[in-house]
Design a protein around this ligand. Sequence first.
Ligand SMILES: Nc1ncnc2c1ncn2[C@@H]1O[C@H](COP(=O)(O)OP(=O)(O)OP(=O)(O)O)[C@@H](O)[C@H]1O
Length: 844
Amino acid sequence: MQIVPWYFQHLFVLQDCSDLMNRDVCHAAINGGGTNVGLAQILAEVVEEVRLSVDRDINGADLLYSLISAPWLYSLLRVMASVRGLAAPSSEAQELYILLKYPHIQALLSAHDSVAQKDYGPVLPPLPDNLPYNEEAIRIVCLVKNKQPLCVKEGKPSYWNSLRRLTVEKLALARRFGSVEQSLLGSAGGLSSSSTALLSSIPSGQPHSLPRYQSTMSCDLCCQTAHLSGGGLNLSAPAVYDSVVMDNCTDGVETLVEDQHHTCTACTTSSLAYPRSCCPLGCGLHSQTALSSPLLQRHHSIDATRSSHPALVFTKQHSLDELRSTVHTVASSMDQSTSDARDLRQKMAEVTEKMTDNVEENAQALSLLVKVVDKLQGLIIASKSPEVTSRPQHVSKMASGPNLPGQPVASAKQSFRNAPCVSSSSSSSSSLNCSMDVPYVAPQCNYYKTSSCQTRNRLVTPGSKTKQTSLSNSLTASTPNGLLHPGDKLVEVNGQKVRGLQPERVIQMLVQSQGNILFKVIPNTPQPTNSQPAAWPSVKETCWRLLTRGTSDGGKLENSTVPHCVVASSLPLTSSDISKGSCGGHNLTRLTPASHPVREEEIDENKCIETVSEEGENATLYEEVLHYQRHIDDPPRLIVLIGPSGVGVNELRRRLIKINPNTYQGPISHTTRSQKMGEKNGREYHFVTKEVFAYMVVNHKFLEYGEHNGHMYGTSLDSVQDVLDNGKICVIDLEPHCVHLVRNKKLKPYIIFVRPPSPARMRQTRKDPHFLANRYIKRYFYDKDFEEIEEASRTMEAKYRQYFDCVIVNDDLQDSCMDLFTAIQHAQEEPQWIPTSWFAPDHP
Ligand SMILES: Nc1ncnc2c1ncn2[C@@H]1O[C@H](COP(=O)(O)OP(=O)(O)OP(=O)(O)O)[C@@H](O)[C@H]1O
C-alpha cells in the first residue's frame, strides 16, 4: 500500500519529536520552564498506538486520516513552534529547530506548499457579451495543464520533487559539517522573517481547517509519488507539518528498502519489525548518509534494531549525479524563458560544480542552492501575481528577491484564484458554469470541463489564415472532448504567435508551460469531397502508369520509368495549361493524345492502361503520370534506395556520399541519447528529449525510427527536407513499406531498387564483408543469408516494383557505385515520368 511509507515517515518523526519533547519537557520542568509535561506523554502514547494499529493491519488510509486530523498533532506543531521559547532547550531541540528554520528548507517548503496549494481549476476571463454568432474563423481553446509535465512518463518526478529531494540530501550532507556550514548558512540568510512567520503561523486552539488540495506524497529518495486522493484523503497538512515530514526524511535517508517487502538492506529486518521503510517501490539508491546529528544518533539508540545499522557513508558521486539531474530537469523545463531562468540555471550549474569534499565549498554550494530555491519561489509567486498573466508568456519573467511569502494559505490561494488566465489581448470572454464531462454548448461559445482539464472554446475575431503548423494529432489526444481536431491550424499558444515555428518548438512550449494553456486555432474546415482542385483541369492530357507488372529480368541497370501509357484526353496540352497546372516552367514532354478514352482491351506491352493494384482490396486502379524534367532551380529530387537487408544499400549510399560530400548527403538523424564530447547538435545528430522524440513519433515526423541501447533514433522528414533545401542531393535508404511517406510532390523521390546478384555470385563477392543483421548485430555472411537475401529481394520486388524508378544489381561494388551515380544523374537531369498528382496545385 502506497500510503504506508509516508505514514512510517510521519510515525518516526513523531517518535523523534515525542522523545525530543519529552527531553525538553523534562529539561524545562527541571529548569522551571513550565512546559506541559502531559504533552510528551500524549505523544508517546499516540506513537505507540499507531504502531499497534499497523501491527493490527488497520487500513492505512484510515489510519493516516486519523493521524493527520488528530488534535495532538496540532498540539505538537504548536509546541514545535514554541521550542525556541524554551529557556534552555536541549541540543536535539536546538538542532531540530535549526533544521526547520534553514532558509532553503523554508523556501523549499513554502515553494512546495505553494505548488501543492495551487487551485488547478481554471479561472478563465469572461467572454464579451457582443461576440458575433457566426464568427468561426478562429477558436480559442483554454486548457489547464495538470501537474504532470506534458509527455512525461507516469511516475516521473517533477523538478519540484527533484529539487526537494536534492535539498533534503544536501541538508543531510551539510549537517555533517556542523558549525562551519551553519555559520555560512546563517550568513547566507538565516531565518527570515517570513520563515518565522511560517513557523508561528500555526494557529492555536482548535485543529486547523486544512486547505483542500490534492496531497501528493513523495518518497524523498526516489520521488515515487503516491496520490492519496483515492482514499478520501484529499487533505494535506500545513507548511510546518510538511517541514516535519521533510526533516524526518532527512533523517530517513539512513534507511532504504530494496524490495517490496520493506526489508531494510542494512539490517535485513522486515518492515514490521523495523518499520522504517521509506519507499515500497524500491528506489534503488544505495548511497547513504552517515549523519553525525545527535538527533540521529539518538534515533538509533531508541530502537535496538536500528542501533545495529552500520555507519553508512555518503557518496559524493551520487550527490553530484542527483544534482546534475536536477539541473538538467530545471534547465530543460525552463529552456525558452527569460534571463532570470538562465540565471537560475547557471546557479544550479554552479552548485553542481561546487559540490566537493571541501566543507567550505559545500557550504557555499548550499548557500547557492538557497538562492536557487529562492528564485524558484519567486517564480511561483510571479505565476500567482495578476500582472504576470498579462504577459504573453506566463513564465516570461521570474520575480526576483526574497521570497518566502509567509503568506497564509488562504490568501495565497485566493490570489491565484483571482488571477485571470493568460489570454489573447484581442479577446475577452464571459464566464459560464458547467458540469463535469458534459460539453456545454452555448450560443456563443463552447465550454467544456473534463476530469483532467477544463477547456473552453471561444470565438474571436478572425485573424490571418496563413498556413500554420498543425499540432492536432497530439493535442487532440489531450483534449478528450474533441476541442481540437486533426488539421486545426495553431495560431497562438499562450498569446505567443507560433506561426512558422516548428512543431517541435511548439511542443517544447507546451512542455514548459504550467497552469493554463491558451490555444488560438483556425478550425479545420472539412475538405471538399472532390479532391480535384478547381484550377487543375487545365491539364488535359494524361498518361497512366502501369503499377503492377511482373518482375523484369532485364539488365543490371533497368530504367523502369517509361510508363505503359496512352493519353486519355481529347484535348492537347498547351503551354498555358502547363502554367495553370502549376507545372511552373517544367518541361513537359507531351504524348500524342488519343482520340478517345482508352479501353482495357487496348492495353498491350507498348500501349496500355491497366489496373494499378496497391496493397489492399479497394486499390486505386491507375496512376496518372506526366513526363517531368527537373528545372535547374528546383530542389534536387530525393534519392531513395530500397533493397533487402544485406544487399548493400548502406554500403552504396555511404560510398556515394564519401566520394562527393558536396553533392550528396544523408539526413541528420534525431536521437534521445546524450551528446558526446566533440559532437555538435545538428551535425552528428539532432539531440532531442524523449518528449520531443515522442511528439515527433506521434505526429508522424519520422520516416523510420527505432531503439538502440535504450536510446531512440529516427530519420525525420524534416531532416530530409533540410538537405534538399541546402541544394544537396539527399540520399536515404528506406523500408519499402515507408515509401508512401516520401512519395509526394514536394520530395519527388526517385526510387532505386538495389537487387542482389545470384546467391552464387554473392558468395563470391561477399567473402569478407560483414552482414549487419538488424543493422546492429555484426557478423559474417552465411550461405543461407544469400538465399534469404535473394528471396527477400524477390518478394520485395513483386510487391513494390510499381514504385521503383530504377533497378541496380549490386554485383561488383565498383560497378554498382558507378551505376548508382549514373542513375542519380539521370534522375536529376533527364525527363522522368512522375505521378500527375505531383503537379497538382496546393489546396487553397
Ligand atoms: N557489391 C558488394 N560487394 C561486396 N560486398 C558488399 C557489396 N555491397 C555491400 N557489401 C558488403 O555487404 C555488407 C552488407 O552491406 P550493407 O550493410 O550496406 O547492407 P544493407 O543492405 O544496408 O543491409 P542492412 O540494411 O541490413 O544494413 C557490408 O559489409 C558491405 O560492405
